[in-house]
Ligand binder design. Structure first.
Ligand code: EPZ
Length: 429
């Protein structure tokens, strides 16, 4: 079981290349099931979740070829996947795979839309909450699928294809919006999605589907209209930069102090988070190469933040902001409104000397003068990186255990931080 060892106190200076977005790559790969033509994806990050989804799609009969190295290419370049779902040979997504990566449940939509049937394991809970899929099932039923739940599997049937419909989500759901768009893209007729998620990854996937021949309007707004088409074809699409990785490294340099260029980052993908960072006293400067983040000696101001769906402050940056606020000059409050149990990092941060009180969905963080390194445990993807951020400013050595959580969503983290001056190394075994 790999661990990461960090010795705090080093400032960060230099450039960090931002990889393609994990949360766009996963639905884009799943969208390949909608067509028998080849989908080529560029700027794909090398992540454990991507490798696992390749296995899951392979189980359905999908062929995936990874382009080899090209002249002048470095490890900072994303990989190119050639994905062909010409022959889907199995419409079951088994528990042992779906339970390891929840987003794989989303294969339900393209499988039932294209094949007329799907048998997908319920994903089960995860560390940050129960994470039901009732709204994804509601959307599929609205489009005409018959759904049964049997022995832990969702069994969906649409032998005569799906029919366009009006889908109103009672709460914003990213997965629900992705699955509704994918299924509706080859349904018969028009679908209108109200209260759709507005995350940039939704627009990125819709942009790719439109390149494949879909007719989707309004992606990125809360009302999306899809004119179903008979078939989708081949396309080539580059994954947009990862806004959560961007925000994470921005908070890392805010914590450690220094001056970093986040290369290829796009400010409009995380403006709410950048506004909060400016309120803490960090300098945020968009450039034509990305976003420059600097803090040189000035204290961190405390902030009041509530997480909410895009374009508000994202839940996926909540743990990282909390780590940063442990060293603020005063008391901060963070309210988590998206998931019911996304404070698993609090006890671990307290082990490093942080002062945090929880009252329901509200965390009160009293800034402290110093953090002290200690062994800590990663519990979920974003919580694990909040421990790395805290360790960068902690005195002495911190060992982050269960670092496989990190590898799910952050490509070569120790390399990207190490090249900018952090004392960080991976301990294998
Ligand atoms: C996506 O998860 C992301 N995952 C999550 O990122 C992210 O935290 C989340 O959206 C919110 O932005 C991917 O994109 C692969 P939701 P998703 O459906 O789609 C409730 C990461 O760290 N809900 O928007 O599963 C749900 O319980 C991950 O990269 C229902 O009640 O999230 C939650 O409280 C973590 N019924 C809220 O809605 C449903 O049918 C938002 O969930 C579906 C969701």
């Amino acid at each position: 079981m790999d661990r990461i060892r960090i010795v705090g106190g080093r400032r960060l200076n230099g450039t960090i290349p931002i990889s393609g977005a994990k949360n766009a790559t996963l639905p884009l790969m799943i969208a390949s099931l909608l067509t028998d033509q080849t989908l080529i994806l560029d700027n794909v990050p090398r992540l454990a979740d991507v490798a696992l989804l390749e296995r899951i799609l392979g189980n359905h009969g999908v062929d995936i070829m990874v382009s080899g190295k090209r002249a002048g290419e470095t490890a900072d370049h994303g990989q190119t996947l050639h994905i062909s779902a010409a022959n889907i040979v199995d419409t079951t997504a088994p528990y042992n795979l779906v339970s390891r990566m929840r987003a794989s449940f989303w294969v339900l939509a393209p499988l039932v839309a294209r094949m007329g049937e799907a048998r997908v394991s319920l994903p089960g809970g995860c560390a940050i909450g129960t994470r039901p899929v009732d709204l994804l099932i509601m959307a599929m039923e609205r489009l005409g699928a018959q759904i049964d739940v049997d022995a832990g599997y969702v069994v969906a049937r649409a032998p005569h294809g799906l029919k366009g419909a009006e889908i109103v989500f009672p709460k914003v759901t990213v997965g629900g919006t992705h699955t509704a768009i994918m299924a509706a893209s080859i349904a018969d007729g028009t679908t209108v999605i109200d209260n759709a998620a507005r995350e940039p990854e939704i627009a990125d996937v819709a942009d790719c589907l439109n390149k494949m021949g879909a007719r989707i309007a309004g992606a990125g707004t809360s009302r999306i209209v899809i004119e179903g088409v008979a078939k989708l074809g081949a396309a080539r699409h580059a994954v947009l930069p990862d806004r959560i990785e961007t925000g994470t490294y921005a908070m890392a340099v805010a914590m450690a102090g220094g001056d970093i260029l986040l290369q290829n980052a796009r400010p409009e993908l995380l403006q709410a988070a950048l506004d909060v960072l400016q309120r803490t006293g960090v300098t945020v400067t968009p450039t034509n190469q990305g976003i420059r983040i600097a803090r040189n000696g000035n204290a961190l101001n405390p902030v009041e933040v509530t997480t909410a769906p895009f374009p508000a402050f994202p839940t996926d940056l909540q743990a990282q902001l909390m780590a940063l606020m442990t060293r603020a000059n005063g008391t901060s409050h963070i309210v988590e409104t998206v998931f019911e149990n996304r404070f698993m990092h609090v006890q671990e941060l307290v082990r490093l000397g942080a002062r945090i009180q929880l009252t329901g969905e509200r965390a009160t963080i009293e800034g402290v003068e110093r953090l002290k390194g200690a062994p800590v445990m990663a519990t979920d993807l974003r919580a694990s990186v909040s421990l790395v951020i805290a360790a960068l400013a902690a005195e002495g050595e911190t060992i982050v255990n269960r670092v496989y959580h990190l590898d799910r969503g952050f490509e070569r983290l120790e390399d990207k931080l190490g090249r900018c001056g952090a004392a960080v190394e991976r301990l294998s075994g």
